[in-house]
Design a protein. Structure first.
Length: 256
């Protein structure tokens, strides 16, 4: 019969060499205004069920890469009105947020909403298409670590990460990372970010963070701001909701 110390030692050894099966169960901490968050669980989020009774939520937006259109939801509209509103503006009705997808939330005041209690899912190379990808991951890595983890598989498929962006709601600024600038060494990356008033990444990507990844083909390039946000973006320093109209693919936001 094994003693308790030996059993504990064996358990600790197994935990140290084997990945633990955990559950994401992250809460979405939403700021007043725009928050960029993500679903890093292995189950989809049913938008109306999760957010439909939240009176402080103005709108929720997800970028559909397949159709190059925004999917939109607001608790303020009944289903019929929502369908009419989206059709009139070239949007889609947002019904679900799939695993590893990021999404924007516009809130009237700070609030916390529980996420799915499900197994976490890490972002993988096949999840990224050439162009802009609004994503999330449960890997708990910094952007350089995430790039290192999937770069070989990306290169094998003729792709690479060009830039990675996350929105800092508290400071209303973009956090920016570029592998092409990082490999140049020195202060090239930080100098570029500072010159464009971007922020560096100071911590790991959280399980509820959403972020843009611009995936390029063989020729890398830098684009100064994600081309699709629920804003009328004239430059990176004037991220304000549009009253109407659209600019460079940015949707009509109205009061949402």
């Amino acid at each position: 019969m094994k003693t308790i110390p030996k059993l504990l030692a064996k358990i600790c050894l197994v935990w140290s060499v084997s990945p633990m099966v955990s559950f994401a169960a992250g809460a979405f901490d939403l700021m007043n205004g725009w928050s960029l968050v993500g679903n890093s669980n292995n189950v989809s989020i049913h938008v109306a069920t999760t957010f439909g009774l939240q009176t402080d939520i103005l709108s929720i937006w997800k970028w559909n890469r397949a159709t190059s259109r925004w999917a939109f939801y607001t608790p303020a509209m009944a289903t019929a009105d929502l369908i009419q509103y989206t059709q009139a503006r070239g949007f889609e009705v947002l019904e679900s947020i799939n695993s590893n997808e990021g999404f924007w939330v516009n809130a009237k005041s700070p609030l916390t909403i529980a996420g799915p209690d499900a197994a976490p899912v890490n972002l993988a190379a096949p999840d990224l298409q050439v162009g802009w990808n609004l994503m999330s991951t449960a890997s708990g890595q910094t952007p350089p670590q995430l790039n290192a983890a999937i770069s070989s598989a990306l290169v094998a498929s003729g792709k690479r990460i060009s830039t990675l962006w996350a929105w800092d709601s508290s400071l209303s600024k973009w956090r920016f990372f570029s592998p092409e600038l990082e490999v140049q060494g020195g202060s090239v990356l930080s100098d570029y970010a500072a010159a464009h008033e971007y922020l560096p990444f100071l911590s790991r990507l959280a399980i509820t963070d959403g972020f843009w990844i611009n995936t390029a083909e063989t020729t890398p390039y830098i684009r100064d701001v994600p081309f699709s946000t629920p804003w009328r973006v004239l430059d990176v320093n004037s991220l304000l909701p549009a009253a109407n109209g659209s600019v460079s693919g940015h949707p009509i936001v109205d009061t949402f």
